[in-house]
Design a protein around this ligand. Sequence first.
Ligand code: CTP
Length: 417
Amino acid sequence: MSSFLNGKRILLVISGSIAAIKAPDIIRLFRKKKADIRCLITKGGANFITPLALASLSGNPVAQDMWDESEEASIRHIRLAREADMIIVAPASADFISKMAHGLANDLASTVVLAADSPILVAPAMNHRMWHHSATQRNIHQLKSDGISFVDPEAGAMACGETGIGRLAAPEDILLSAESLFAEEQNHQFLKNRHFIVTAGPTHEPIDPVRYLANRSSGKQGFAIAEALQKLGAKVTLVTGPVYQNTPDRVERVNVETAIEMEKAVENALPADGAIFTAAVADWRFNYSPSKYKKGRSEPELIPIENPDILSNISHRKIDRPSLVVGFAAESENLLENAKVKLQQKGCDWIIANPVIESEDAPSAMGGDYNKIFIASHAGIENWPLLSKKEVASRLASKIADYFNLINEHPSSIISK
Ligand code: CTP
């Protein structure tokens, strides 16, 4: 699937927030997708990044001042607004959001936004107290009901030294949201009417009333995949072990703890067109002790009992087997050999192999924000570069959309299993 951004004219409005320093990353990502990106910087934004840097990176002149007297300047706001296929405000400060919500037009950026009839995507960035303030939330609510789209900010440490929600969304997230806005606009919901099941996170296998066996899986990759599939129009059931992740919009989340519960939830969610198994399911559970093990008494007798292999069971189903079943393989060594073996043994269509030990080329996939993956299928091995988990998710969703389009065009090509 070629990117929705190919050849699109994007106007990036950069307002006054320290997150303006991330504009170059946004520009690079959009240019990689062959978008024609042009920047408009407010006075506040220009305190954090120079127009010259933006012009060099975007390959286009930067718009910034409304109050010069040339004839061109008098209609510049109309031209900028008309020429853009999409306006992205990133970072959007609390002040700029407030201006937008109230329809103010006292500088070039706010005037352009008011004169626009193309879709507008807003990526806020501000201190967490400003974000949570009822005035900001009221403004955002107003803008959303006016049809403006948002990429919500992230939680984390802020430039001011405090911690909370308000950090500009990752550039990959902004890109993904822009692509899906274009997709919606063009009604290219490639995965519309398709249902996907995604498993994510670890499982917790109880040992006694207070202890359990777990692993380091954060759920990030699975949640990102669920979100990316939904953004292409799919109905998504996300079956997740215990993780601290926000549920993506319009995704149905089913919380489970153990492998047995996860398998049941996956079976209950069938039928599905595709199933993506990112969960780090515990291979064993233990004989459960209803009373707490006490130290100083006899040693706990932990007897491992093998858990069901959910991926393998779903892949080998005679009835209701999803037409695309994708497994993940977290490996500490012999990545590709093990992936090929798992592809055969588990009976799935693709195995996505990723390293769980840090190397020179890639960090561990476990818990981090980046992933270096290989996709093993019956057609061979694909080697992807090191990417953020969000980018892996969006590319994978595109690859899945391609797979289903192929099936639509050639029903007989549903790969023989
Ligand atoms: N998986 C599963 N159910 C299990 C174990 C694993 O559905 N009980 C799925 C995972 O979600 C993943 C794939 O199988 O998609 C591979 O998981 P992995 O832990 O790498 O492989 P294992 O089969 O557990 O083999 P090993 O731990 O020996 O490498």
